[in-house]
Design a protein around this ligand. Sequence first.
Ligand SMILES: NC(=O)c1ccc[n+]([C@@H]2O[C@H](COP(=O)([O-])OP(=O)(O)OC[C@H]3O[C@@H](n4cnc5c(N)ncnc54)[C@H](OP(=O)(O)O)[C@@H]3O)[C@@H](O)[C@H]2O)c1
Length: 231
Amino acid sequence: MSTTTSATLPDILLIGATGRTGRLVLESALKRGHKVVALIRESSSLSPQTNLKIAKGSPLEPAAITTALALTTGPVIIISTLGQTRTSGNPFAATTSPPLFMSHSASAVVQAATAPKFRVQKLILMSMFGTGSSFANLNCLMQATMRYSNMKQSLDDQNAVDEIVKQSGLTFVMPRPAMLKGETALPVKSLGDAGEKAGFMPSVSAQSCAEFMLDAATSAEWDGKTPVLSN
Ligand SMILES: NC(=O)c1ccc[n+]([C@@H]2O[C@H](COP(=O)([O-])OP(=O)(O)OC[C@H]3O[C@@H](n4cnc5c(N)ncnc54)[C@H](OP(=O)(O)O)[C@@H]3O)[C@@H](O)[C@H]2O)c1
C-alpha cells in the first residue's frame, strides 16, 4: 500500500470501468479516496457515486479522452482495463472488437495524455501474461494456443500496445496478469517482466490486479515495468 496521503492523491481517469477488473478498480479507487473520471461508451452505464464523474465516448477517439481528462482537477493517473469483446464468454472465442482495438486505444490515450494542459503522471495499462518477453515463459500449451487460436490477434494487439506505450515517453506500468481466477485480493507475486518461475498454469484474481494497479498509481516502485502477476 502506498504512503501517499488522501490530500495528495491523484485523480484517476479510468477506461474500462464497466468491465470485470475495471469495476473493482473503480470501487477500490473511490474507497481509497481518489476522485475518478470513468470514460465509458455511449451504450454503457454506471451508477452515480460521490467523487465519480462519468464521461461518455469512445476510447479510440483522442477527443473523447481529452474531454474526460478535462473533468480531472489536478495530477492524474490514467488506468485502462479495456478488453476485447468476444462472441462468447470463452477467452478463445472470436473477437467482436474493431481490429487492433487495444493498440488503437493506446495510441489515442498517448495522444491525449501528452497534451501539456493535463498533468498526466502515469499510464497504467492492463496487459496479459504472454506479452513481449513473457511469451517465453508461458507453458507450451498456452504458447500453442496463443500462436494458433483467436488469442493470436489479442496477443499481437497487446504487443503493439507495449511498443506504443514504451515509445510514448510517458511514465507507465503495464502489468501482465496470469489467468484471471478467484474473487479475493490475495497477495500478489510479481514474477518479473518475463514471468520467470511462473509455474505451469498460474492465476491471479481480478481484485488482486485492481489493488496492484492502484498501489502502482501512487508508488514509483513499478514505474517503467511490465510485471507478470500471479497469486
Ligand atoms: N481473462 C483473463 O484471464 C485475463 C488474463 C490476463 C489479462 N487479461 C486482460 O485484462 C484486461 C481486462 O480484462 P477484464 O476481463 O476485466 O475485461 P472485460 O470484463 O472484458 O471488460 C472490458 C472493458 O472494455 C470495454 N470495451 C470493450 N470493447 C469496447 C469498445 N469497442 N468500446 C469501448 N469500450 C469497450 C468494456 O466496456 P462495455 O462494458 O461497454 O462492454 C469493458 O469496460 C483485458 O485486456 C484482458 O485481455 C485477461
